[in-house]
Write a protein that binds this ligand. Structure first.
Ligand SMILES: Nc1ncnc2c1ncn2[C@@H]1O[C@H](COP(=O)(O)OP(=O)(O)O)[C@@H](O)[C@H]1O
Ligand SMILES: [Mg+2]
Length: 316
């Protein structure tokens, strides 16, 4: 296993209101080399929080993140402060993740230098090579982010992530902020890069129709926990958790990449992470809930060798 996330919790205390946001509530996941793990769930379920923990921007409140048998993050100690993370993060909005006052060539050069990956005299040609790999021509090197289109900016963010030669790239809603017309191009680029360089991806989206195009394995998240996990065809063709079923029912057209509308298939809003329902957090919206569901948190249990579900009504 390349990356193991073991029972990780992340709580954000809010001083003013004396409440706690429970962003992650015991999440466990594995990613192996060369695999693409897709994570899907509604806005606010903790996807970006998980991404920030894996790259070491924040530390977990509880639990461990292990990288090739080295426990790098346990409890609140972030041991990546002294190392460069083996994972790189591509954010949803490339405009805010790129420095507006830095030419794009410079922003890639900086990463290569920070990681000491090339001799000084080789850096320029490496920058050109990386831009080429993502479909940006060399003569754009001296442009600033605002002089590029949204799609080009996201390509530069991807080049910047590749520049660090990471073992894992976390793509946090990488096309959600882009024009619909360029989404497919950027998705195709990601697929090509994975094949060419044997990359390992964690692909995050609130939109299941986006995740299925790229993922080997899909994890469905709800309020900071994984409720279903399986290969993409198991999860899509044979969903078991009532929440996964609702997500799939919300895809407007199975052949179409588009926005999901969960209001059509589920009652009520997602509860606030400051006040997570007891027992199974989904039971208040669940069409098959029984009284016991408010008492016990269901564990993610296998129903087949590769498909697991956290629902006591499904796994009995
Ligand atoms: N720094 C923070 N302080 C307080 N609450 C936060 C912070 N970061 C995220 N949250 C909250 O944690 C929950 C999960 O957020 P996030 O991980 O961004 O979800 P997602 O990416 O799935 O939309 C949300 O309720 C969000 O408001
Ligand atoms: Mg997010």
């Amino acid at each position: 296993m390349t990356l193991v996330i073991d029972n990780v919790f992340k709580k954000y205390p809010i001083r003013q209101s004396k409440t706690v946001v429970n962003a992650l509530n015991g999440i466990s996941l594995n990613i192996s080399k060369g695999q693409t793990l897709g994570i899907v769930g509604e806005s606010g379920c903790g996807k970006s929080t998980l991404a920030r923990l894996i790259v070491g921007l924040e530390s977990p409140t509880q639990g461990a993140i292990t990288w090739r048998d080295n426990v790098l993050l346990r409890g609140s100690k972030n041991q990546w402060r002294n190392h460069l993370s083996p994972a790189q993060l591509v954010f949803q909005d490339p405009y805010s993740s790129l420095n507006p006052r830095q030419r794009i060539g410079e922003c890639i050069r900086e990463v290569i230098s920070a990681h000491n990956l090339r001799k000084k005299e080789e850096i320029d040609s490496r920058v050109t090579e990386l831009l080429k790999v993502v479909g940006i021509s060399e003569d754009m090197k001296n442009r600033y982010p605002h002089q590029l289109s949204g799609g080009q900016r996201q390509r530069v963010s991807i080049a910047r992530a590749l520049a660090a030669e990471p073992e894992l790239i976390i793509l946090d809603e990488p096309v959600s902020a882009l024009d619909v017309s360029v989404r497919a191009d950027v998705m195709n680029l990601l697929v090509d890069l994975r094949k060419e360089f044997g990359l390992t991806y964690l692909f995050i989206s609130h939109d299941l129709s986006m995740v299925r195009h790229i993922s080997d394995v899909i994890a469905v998240m709800y309020l900071g926990r994984v409720v279903e996990l399986g290969t993409w065809d198991e999860v899509l063709d044979n969903p078991q958790h009532p929440y996964t079923k609702a997500l799939i029912a919300a895809i407007p057209d199975h052949s179409q990449v588009g926005q999901m509308d969960l209001t059509v298939s589920l009652e009520g809003e997602v509860p606030s992470p400051t006040n997570i329902p007891l027992g199974c957090a989904f039971h208040v919206r669940c069409p098959i809930a029984v009284p016991n569901c408010s008492k016990m948190i269901p564990q993610l249990l296998p129903i087949k060798s590769s498909q697991s579900v956290a629902c006591s009504e499904v796994v009995k």
